[in-house]
Design a protein around this ligand. Structure first.
Ligand code: ZN
Length: 134
């Protein structure tokens, strides 16, 4: 079964922790051992795993990406004017795969799964597929 997570971003660039929602899906499917694939079907957003403790990590992460890919570049040709968001999306990647062990996502103590918005605010959807493997 394919699951959907709805995400509403509030800023142009934002990292939204979706770990709890993914874990709920794992619990709902009652899977003990397997994989959770989290996939973002958008070209200006992405999925990453990073620190869940200090929110300054997310701020620094987004600021540094913005330094690498500034929003306004006169040379950009893309008619939507959001080439920076497309570049950030491909840099972060569209999906993450997390091991499920003993019914729980196998994440480090300080790790969370983040939906990364790069062209918000918008209503977004990401997909979660659970693969059983005992
Ligand atoms: Zn575009």
């Amino acid at each position: 079964m394919l699951h959907e997570i709805s995400v509403q971003s509030c800023k142009r660039d934002e990292m939204i922790n979706i770990t709890g929602q993914v874990q709920k899906i794992v619990a709902k499917e009652n899977v003990q051992e397997g994989l959770a694939v989290v996939f973002c079907a958008h070209t200006t957003a992405g999925i990453t795993i990073n620190e869940n403790a200090d929110p300054d990590v997310q701020k620094d992460f987004l600021r540094r990406l913005d330094e690498i890919y500034p929003w306004n570049m006169a040379e950009d040709r893309h008619f939507e004017g959001n080439s920076a968001a497309h570049l950030k999306s491909s840099t972060v990647g569209a999906s993450q795969t997390v091991i499920i062990h003993k019914g729980k996502l196998l994440l480090g103590q300080w790790q969370g799964i983040y939906f990364c918005e790069f062209d918000g605010p918008r209503a977004r959807t990401c997909f979660v597929k659970i693969i059983w493997h005992n």
